[in-house]
Unconditional design. Structure first.
Length: 116
């Protein structure tokens, strides 16, 4: 079924556009699970509302850079977002990050990875 959906150009474009959101959501979910935090407790740690955590963990909205910086600072994690032309291999991120999170767009590749 996933292959069928990805064959649809509009679905594929939206899937690619939200790749960073899905990785950031997975990062927050992993952090919360590893630290046994509720959404409310994570919200307090980040200085945001619990509904904001719900939105971030949904992976349906790309976070603003300021939101990522706030999370990195307060959670003491690392989050990488590398965007490069699709015609060349990303050179600024590790092979582990590339393997974990490379999403090929039509003309660029996006690597999103975290230490959480």
């Amino acid at each position: 079924m996933a292959e069928k959906q990805l064959a649809d150009p509009s679905f594929r474009a939206e899937w690619q556009r939200l790749a960073p959101a899905r990785e950031f959501a997975a990062t927050l979910l992993r952090y919360r699970a590893e630290h046994k935090l509720s959404q409310r407790a994570l919200a307090e740690k980040l200085g945001v509302s619990q509904p904001r955590i719900v939105k971030l963990e949904s992976g349906e909205h790309n976070p603003e850079v300021g939101t990522i910086i706030n999370a990195v600072r307060r959670l003491e994690i690392e989050f990488v977002l590398d965007v490069a032309p699709a015609s060349r291999k990303p050179a600024l991120v590790t092979a582990r990050a590339q393997k974990h999170g490379t999403i090929a767009h039509d003309d660029v590749s996006v690597v999103a990875a975290s230490s959480a």
